[in-house]
Design a protein around this ligand. Structure first.
Ligand SMILES: Cc1cc2nc3c(=O)[nH]c(=O)nc-3n(C[C@H](O)[C@H](O)[C@H](O)COP(=O)(O)O)c2cc1C
Length: 316
């Protein structure tokens, strides 16, 4: 059976943003094929209680891949076993996070510097689940294509089912342009599917990444936060049709707030809403003003009033 649909569309893992409420919002615009959870720390997952956890909280898991962060094979195995029990689509290992607070523990992209340990981590997770296993990685610490190919080939041999390549080096962070040529390079050489990630800002960009790199799927991060309807537009473009008009922004923002209110305690809902608003507000000329106003609200009712008033004034 085919692992991924043709031209697979994936939403990227993003801390504090890859939660059920955002997924529902994306689904309301025809959705994508697969979502990733935010990175889940393998030091915490084994003892985390779903009844109280803010992270192990979801209504639907069949289109969800849980992303694990860690480098201890034993803990990664236990975490994968536990997450497998929630019947997700699959499990992912984070080998791409470049933040110092992560790499200092040897997690994330740091694993790309230790082929041996990375291989043991993959083997330990592989033995915990029969579900699809992906690795989300970067180009690594150097631009040497052979080093990248050695690492990716190790993943393939260790039983990884597909790779997501965020086409930047560890040192690039999120700043310079993504190096899509590395996606094409891996796609040409690996047997397993390769998903491209980095700098898709429009439906046209997604089509261009498919065309230029030959990748099996694309993963969208920041632009899917700004335009949760981007996957609908990509599907239309891939089918040779025109994209639709953007939906009314006030309705999109209020819908996310209602989704958050249903999913989290009020203080968490408000906090996560403000994090998300930073992105959604980028669709509005005076979005920075909206985020400033919302920053002063501490209840969901207060936020609703603030949003309605902002749009009433800005549309008058
Ligand atoms: C706020 C934020 C949080 C992120 N959190 C994660 C994460 O938990 N795990 C991960 O593998 N990547 C994480 N990333 C990286 C994204 O998944 C993605 O690789 C990156 O943003 C490049 O894709 P884009 O250009 O489409 O945004 C994060 C990025 C952002 C902006």
């Amino acid at each position: 059976m085919q692992l991924l649909p043709d031209h697979a569309l994936l939403m990227a893992p993003m801390v504090d943003l890859s939660h059920g409420a955002y997924r529902n919002l994306v689904r309301s615009f025809s959705g994508c094929d697969l979502f990733y959870s935010e990175m889940l720390n393998a030091r915490i997952v084994p003892t985390e209680k779903p009844q109280t956890s803010l992270y192990l909280r979801w209504k639907r898991t069949d289109d969800l891949i849980f992303q694990l962060l860690g480098n201890d094979p034993e803990r990664m195995h236990l975490s994968a076993l536990k997450l497998d029990g929630y019947a997700p689509f699959g499990i992912d290992i984070n080998m791409g996070c470049w933040l110092k607070k992560v790499t200092t523990h040897g997690w994330g992209v740091k694993l790309m510097e230790d082929l041996n340990l990375a291989s043991r981590v993959v083997t330990s997770v592989r033995s915990a689940t029969q579900r699809p296993l992906s690795v989300k990685m970067r180009i690594g610490y150097s631009l040497d294509r052979e080093v990248l190919l050695d690492f990716a080939s190790m993943l393939e041999d260790a039983g990884v089912d597909f790779i997501v390549l965020h086409a930047r080096t560890a040192q690039d962070g999120l700043s310079r342009r993504a190096r899509w040529e590395y996606i094409a390079f891996l796609k040409e050489r690996l047997r397993i599917p390769v998903i491209g990630n980095g700098d898709i800002r429009s439906a046209d960009d997604a089509c261009r990444m498919f065309r230029i790199t030959g990748c099996d799927g694309v993963m969208v991060g920041r632009q899917a936060l700004i335009q949760p309807w981007i996957f609908r537009d990509i599907k239309l473009k891939l089918a040779g049709m025109d994209t639709k008009e953007s939906p009314a922004l006030n309705a999109v923002i209020l819908s996310l707030l209602c989704n958050l209110e249903e999913s989290f305690p009020e203080d968490v809902a408000c906090k996560r809403f403000k994090t998300a608003l930073f992105w959604l507000a980028q669709n509005h000329q005076f979005g920075h003003h909206l985020t400033k106003l919302a920053g002063r609200c501490h209840t969901v009712e207060g936020l609703k009033g603030c949003i309605m008033e902002f749009f009433a004034v800005s549309q008058s």
